[in-house]
Write a protein that binds this ligand. Structure first.
Ligand SMILES: [Ca+2]
Ligand SMILES: [Ca+2]
Ligand SMILES: [Ca+2]
Ligand SMILES: [Ca+2]
Ligand SMILES: [Zn+2]
Length: 561
């Protein structure tokens, strides 16, 4: 089929609709609304072609699409192209009929880097419009490319109701769609973390809006939403909007400017586009025990007679079933809320500037490929609540295997898979991949990117979850050979300087300190429930004369720093 580009299907009854809505709301009939709906760039290149981007000097054409949503025919409206803020072309669209869409073009010899192409309708405000806020679009030229396919009824419904959103000048499905991309780009700019000091580097532009008849999606197999046109490889991300989205209440809130209102910002769409780019569901690291409600217990570990899941070793954190919530997710669901988390930003920047590689839809073949980015040696240091090493702690790794029956299914059986003893500085070298014997898997039936550690030290036992996302982020920060982590577990240990183990550091610790200094054996005999190393104030692993001055400082301060 001929590929429709930005919207080209006329909307013949629009003027009538507009008048009806105006009459219904008692508003003054809108006379004009010029709407720059989209800027497309040609030629297009398939993402998997040898040449998949313009080369410097290539002649490219920007085609701007302008709608007249007004009800007055025959207007002549000016337009203006700007590149990097400099006007490069102007013109006038004469006889612009109500409901019509017109296109204007500007050609440019391609340059690498980030440039900004902007099209403005009615730049000197000759017309007072229903919306003055949809008269310009700006695209970063080196953006990745988004295509949306929308069925006619959805397109029409949005044109009827978007204007009911207060104060934002939205008047079309196109305005809504551009707002989704703008939100994505804003989140990219704002994702400034240590791992992404310049935020998410890529920007995205809506290059293709294809309006199709109700029921037409998908055009070439797959799902109407995920795969609106599987034959299209010119975009890097695609999504479809079938008429069935109008069933139910998904788009029936016309007035709330809140993130729970898809008619304003469709957070689930941006999440799905995250998948289309290759991001995984971070909630897939979450771990639940649901056998008591007819489901599956992921954690099937016993500590003596105690079933660990839901016990004091591993309390439920929510709903009487959640044993672990991921620490890595944002848009892909997790503690960062609706923004790109450090993990997501790192993953997006890992392929910054690269077009889609093997699929531009949810899910592409390279989804989650970054899970395999593991440093060669992962050194984890186990410490107590005062930051002291848990020397010779017994560390056991429980790996997840698939449950074969749930999304991101996982089972930790009762047999530890790896055994370690922490060294004199509290370290264990887990090697490259303690999570699994093979690759990290994160899909239906299996998610093994989270492991459980059992830490035993000085008669105490702890269970902790560790996510592969921590290892991935170390890798992306350049620690591809050796990465270092600290896992602090707090027990009944006493603070440094507390030699009589009453929980305080004061004059009553002086005599036992002297005893510890003179003879470890005498000290341990006199204070069997205490730790000789509480006298190691300077943290060098011994109690000796070098600790005297720091100990005095602790006494004066009422505690060691
Ligand atoms: Ca306008
Ligand atoms: Ca105007
Ligand atoms: Ca004390
Ligand atoms: Ca010392
Ligand atoms: Zn998802």
């Amino acid at each position: 089929m001929a590929v429709p580009m930005c919207p080209r299907r006329p909307a013949p009854r629009l003027a009538g609709l507009l008048a009806a809505v105006s009459a219904a709301t008692g508003a003054v009939a809108a006379t004009y609304d010029f709407d720059v709906t989209c800027i497309e760039r040609t030629p297009r290149y398939n993402y998997d072609a040898t040449k998949n981007n313009p080369a410097p000097g290539d002649l490219v054409t920007f085609t701007g699409h302008i709608r007249n949503w007004g009800d007055t025919a025959g207007a002549s409206v000016a337009y203006r192209w700007q590149l990097d803020g400099v006007t490069v072309a102007t013109g006038t669209l004469a006889n612009f009929a109500a409901g019509q869409e017109r296109t204007v073009t500007w050609q440019w010899n391609w340059q690498t880097g980030s440039h900004y192409i902007k099209l403005t309708a009615d730049p000197s405000s000759q017309f007072t419009e229903l919306s003055e806020q949809n008269n310009e679009r700006t695209d970063r030229t080196d953006s990745l490319i988004v295509g949306f396919w929308v069925e006619q009824s959805v397109y029409t419904y949005f044109q009827q109701h978007q204007r009911e959103l207060p104060g934002i000048g939205s008047n079309s499905w196109d305005d809504w769609a551009q707002r989704q991309i703008a939100k994505w780009n804003t989140m990219c700019a704002e994702a400034v973390w240590p791992i992404s000091p310049q935020g998410v580097l890529d920007r995205f532009r809506l290059d293709k809006i294809v309006i199709v008849a109700d029921g037409a999606l998908p055009l070439h197999g797959g799902l109407p939403t995920n795969n609106p046109d599987l034959s299209d490889k010119t975009v890097d991300l695609m999504w479809g909007f079938p008429r069935t989205l109008l069933d139910g209440t998904f788009y029936t809130n016309h007035t709330s400017l809140t993130l729970d209102n898809a008619f304003y910002i469709e957070t689930s769409l941006l999440h799905e586009l995250g998948h289309a780019r290759y991001l995984i569901d971070c909630y897939g690291f979450d771990t639940h025990n649901t056998a008591h409600s007819g489901g599956h217990d992921s954690v099937q570990i016993w500590e003596g007679p105690t079933y660990v899941g839901g016990s004091s070793y591993m309390p439920y954190v929510a709903w009487g079933e959640v044993l672990y919530y991921n620490t890595s997710g944002g848009v892909m669901t997790g503690p960062y809320g609706f923004r790109w988390s450090p993990y997501e930003a790192g993953a997006l920047n890992r392929i910054a500037g690269q077009r889609a590689r093997c699929g531009n839809y949810n899910a592409p073949c390279n989804i989650g490929e970054y899970l395999q980015d593991l440093p060669g040696h992962n050194h984890m240091r186990f410490t107590d609540r005062y930051g002291r090493p848990r020397r010779a702690a017994d560390i056991r790794v429980y790996r997840a295997v698939g449950d074969g029956q749930n999304w991101y299914g996982k089972t930790f059986d009762n047999t530890p898979d790896l055994l370690f003893t922490a060294d004199g500085d509290g370290y264990v070298d887990f090697g490259r991949n303690p999570f699994a014997a093979g690759p990290i898997v994160h899909t239906y039936g299996t998610a093994n990117g989270v492991m459980i550690l059992r830490i035993a030290h000085q008669g105490q036992i702890w269970y902790r979850f560790v996510e592969v996302s921590d290892f991935n982020q170390q890798y992306w920060q350049g620690n591809t050979q050796d990465a270092y982590y600290t896992l602090s577990v707090a027990g009944n240990e006493k603070p440094p300087g507390d030699l009589n183990c009453d929980g305080r550091v004061d004059f009553s610790d002086i005599n036992p300190f002297v005893m510890a200094l003179v003879s470890r054996a005498d000290y341990e005999a006199a204070y069997p429930a205490c730790a000789w190393l509480n006298g190691d104030i300077n943290g060098d692993g011994a109690v000796d004369f070098d600790d005297i001055n720091p100990f005095v400082a602790c006494l004066v301060a009422g505690g060691c720093p």
